[in-house]
Design a protein around this ligand. Structure first.
Ligand code: RUB
Length: 322
């Protein structure tokens, strides 16, 4: 570290940031846990001796993590949780506060997921068939709790182009003993008649109750509404987006066209524009329930819980963009 030229960031933190950007670490809850742990790693390894420089280094580390992916609010909420609790007059105290806050955050994350699983499981009956989109650990927690209650479930799993996170869901459902039918995304409407619930997770939930989740969720929800299939969103409260309380919209991440089409095919097709939005917005009116660790809510009333948890403003304790 050179305290004159700016804070050096630990290679492990940089690696975590790179893995979040490349999606080796992915899914909103997993990203949040990894970000909190990376701040703790940075704090433990810091060789800075000046308390103000230590604080600055942590805020720059926060900024590095914040800049990786824009849509899942669990990431800034994790940074807020840890950096808001950074306190002390010495480097030792500051370090301790960061490490302790990061551990408390990851504990809460695990507990919240288990608790929301118990609550979500109550919506699933013995013999029900669910349809999933993408891969959500919060959604799978509901299935796991239902299975532990002795309920037998089956699942129709959408593969979720372009990254095929449905394959991870299929594998994990099989590990829970849930029989899986894997379908291509465009077959979803055809199979909605055979399912009792659509069960998805969320990257962010806005103050008006709209749900931001993997691209394709909104189309699935519209079709499910038309077919009369209830849509359940499993999302712990770190998915609530405090900045939407003041009217901000959630940025939808656009990813590389190389995830959609390989170079050879692209050359064959000639000059085409390829767009690859990673997420979309499902309006509150297409969602039946948002299941959190604090209970289940009709989407329109989620704003009350949001105000309770965040007040009317959301601090940005990471460093400003350079
Ligand atoms: C993942 C995705 C998941 C949510 C919720 O998108 O949309 O449904 O993040 O996941 P990506 P969890 O694969 O692009 O990260 O419930 O595990 O937080």
């Amino acid at each position: 570290m050179s305290e004159e030229t700016g804070p050096d960031l630990h290679p492990e933190l940089l690696d975590t940031a790179a893995q979040i950007a490349s999606m080796e670490i992915r899914g909103a809850a997993t990203i949040a846990g990894a970000a909190a742990e990376a701040l703790a790693t940075q704090a433990r390894a810091s060789e800075v001796t000046d308390p103000a420089a230590f604080e600055r280094q942590q805020r720059v580390a926060g900024r590095r993590l914040y800049d990786t992916r824009p849509t899942a609010v669990s990431l800034p909420n994790a940074l807020r949780y840890v950096l808001d609790r950074m306190a002390g007059d010495s480097v030792a105290e500051l370090r301790d506060s960061v490490v302790t806050a990061a551990a408390a955050f990851t504990d809460r994350l695990d507990r919240a997921q288990t608790d929301l699983g118990e609550i979500g499981a109550n919506r699933l009956r013995d013999g029900d068939r669910i349809m999933t989109h993408c891969h959500s650990t919060d959604a799978l927690s509901c299935v796991e709790a239902a299975v532990e209650q002795g309920k037998e479930l089956t699942a129709v799993v959408k593969e979720t182009r372009p990254r095929n996170q449905g394959h991870i869901t299929a594998e994990q459902l099989r590990e829970l003993g849930v029989p899986v039918t894997l379908i291509v995304d465009s077959a979803a409407r055809r199979y909605l008649d055979e399912v009792d619930h659509v069960l998805v997770g969320a990257d962010s939930i806005a103050a008006d109750g709209s749900v931001i989740n993997k691209i394709g969720t909104s189309g699935l929800a519209v079709n499910a509404r038309e077919r009369g299939v209830p849509i359940m969103v499993a999302a712990q409260t770190i998915k609530l987006h405090p900045e939407t309380l003041t009217g901000q919209t959630v940025e939808i991440e656009m990813r590389s066209e190389s995830e959609v089409i390989d170079d050879e095919t692209r050359a064959e097709l000639g000059e085409v524009t390829v767009r690859n939005p990673a997420f979309d917005v499902t309006p509150a009116r297409h969602v039946d329930a948002i299941v959190t660790e604090s209970g289940q809510f009709p989407p329109e009333s989620i704003v009350t819980l949001m105000r309770e948890l965040f007040g009317d403003s959301a601090a940005r304790p990471w460093a400003d963009a350079e």
